[in-house]
Write a protein that binds this ligand. Structure first.
Ligand SMILES: *[C@@H]1O[C@H](CO)[C@@H](O)[C@H](O)[C@H]1NC(C)=O
Ligand SMILES: *[C@@H]1O[C@H](CO)[C@@H](O)[C@H](O)[C@H]1NC(C)=O
Ligand SMILES: *[C@@H]1O[C@H](CO)[C@@H](O)[C@H](O)[C@H]1NC(C)=O
Ligand SMILES: [Cu+2]
Length: 349
């Protein structure tokens, strides 16, 4: 028995050693973006889909988010009371700088990684940031109300109460059909947490609103995912996944926001819904899957303008991502590879 255990231990240590080597080799594919040296990870955490977490791990994640909602704020942005609000307010403050531009994907990757790090360092969470694999809900059913992500105990609570005629605005669309709900959520761990940042840019004391929209599931099914993973350049991948208002119809990024509705379709204050992080983590997973199909090229492929308005500048790997006082500036170069510091995570699938 002891011998078997010792062999197992030796094998585990050996396997960890081996995977370090393999990763060092992979990073070496990338000579002029210099990740190796200072960017090696001590540990790579594994991000899992929400329903693949154990009940205990779900409870630990929700507990850590509630911890963020009880910690004092670090920024001085309008409306903030807690650390959770800080992230929402940073997104409000930077909305125009980080959407429909080259830094859309890198900035959201960084935002989630800083959020994950705070859950771990300041709230004792030991797992990784979970993601919401849209296809698990959208492929088989016409309605998402039964999704485990909306479980009142082991999830984030359900739809808002019915507000007849609730109409959402997202991007250039003045009215999107198909919403249900539209009022305050009434169950789950976040029904008692009023937001103070948003809606939009105006700090207001308000409940978390949801408005499920089953029509949006058309945009987040497997065929759409397979289609965007075939895009040959980052430029096309970025536009074809971020969607409106750059594209005239919705894409996967829009689809997840609209499917949940309410605060989630507010382009400024959507991180007020804790599900924002599961949705955007899945978008990050999509980008990293796309990158992994041709790492030599795609770990360096970045493009797009840096602003909405002229004079236009093309983004480069040296462009610095900011997070107010929540984290130091990092150049895009440093977050291109999720398995290098400061990111240090991977996806379970
Ligand atoms: C939360 O916001 C709602 C309006 O959205 C309001 O009716 C309610 O009184 C607020 N609750 C608290 C405790 O401030
Ligand atoms: C949406 O609005 C932006 C900014 O006003 C504009 O540049 C873009 O062409 C519009 N897109 C569509 C699809 O109407
Ligand atoms: C910006 O990038 C586009 C597309 O890659 C290219 O056509 C254009 O010449 C670049 N502009 C500048 C100023 O480098
Ligand atoms: Cu955003």
């Amino acid at each position: 028995m002891a011998l078997i255990f010792r062999r197992l231990l030796t094998w585990t240590v050996f396997a960890i050693f081996l995977s370090t080597l393999v990763h060092a080799r992979n990073s070496g594919l990338n000579p002029d973006s210099k990740p190796a040296k200072g960017n090696q990870c001590r540990e790579i955490i594994v991000r899992k889909e929400w329903r693949d977490l154990s009940a205990a791990d779900k409870a630990r994640y929700i507990g850590a988010v509630k911890c963020m909602q009880a910690l004092p704020a670090s920024t001085h942005l309008p409306g903030v009371r807690t650390r959770f609000d800080d992230f929402q307010a940073v997104h409000v403050a930077l909305m125009i700088e980080v959407h429909q531009v080259g830094q859309f994907y890198p900035w959201h990757r960084r935002m989630i990684q800083v959020y994950e790090q705070m859950l771990r360092e300041d709230c004792g969470y030991t797992g990784a940031q979970p993601f919401w694999d849209w296809t698990r809900d959208a492929d088989d059913s016409e309605t998402i109300v039964n999704s485990p992500i909306f479980d009142p105990v082991f999830g984030f609570g359900g739809n808002g109460i019915d507000v007849p005629g609730w109409a959402g605005h997202f991007g250039n669309f003045t009215m999107i059909p198909g919403f249900t709900g539209g009022g305050c959520i009434t169950d789950g761990p976040f029904a008692s947490y009023n937001l103070s940042v948003g809606p939009g840019t105006i700090p207001t004391n308000h409940c978390l609103i949801r408005a499920f929209n089953p029509l949006a599931l058309n945009y987040i099914r497997t065929p759409k995912i397979e289609q965007v993973l075939k895009e040959p350049t980052f430029e096309r991948f970025r536009i074809e996944t971020e969607g409106t208002p750059v594209t005239s119809d919705f894409r996967v990024h829009d689809g997840g926001h609209i499917a949940i509705g309410g605060e989630m379709i507010d382009r400024y204050s959507s991180p007020g819904d804790p599900l924002f992080y599961l949705h955007h983590t899945n978008l990050d997973r999509l980008w990293s899957t796309w990158q992994a199909r041709d790492p030599k090229r795609r770990l360096k492929d970045i493009s797009g303008y840096t602003t909405w308005e002229p004079p236009f500048t093309n983004i480069t790997l040296d462009f610095k991502l900011k997070m107010d006082v929540l984290a130091p500036l990092v150049p895009i170069r440093d977050i291109m590879d999720i398995q290098a510091a400061p990111s240090c995570y991977k996806y379970a699938y």
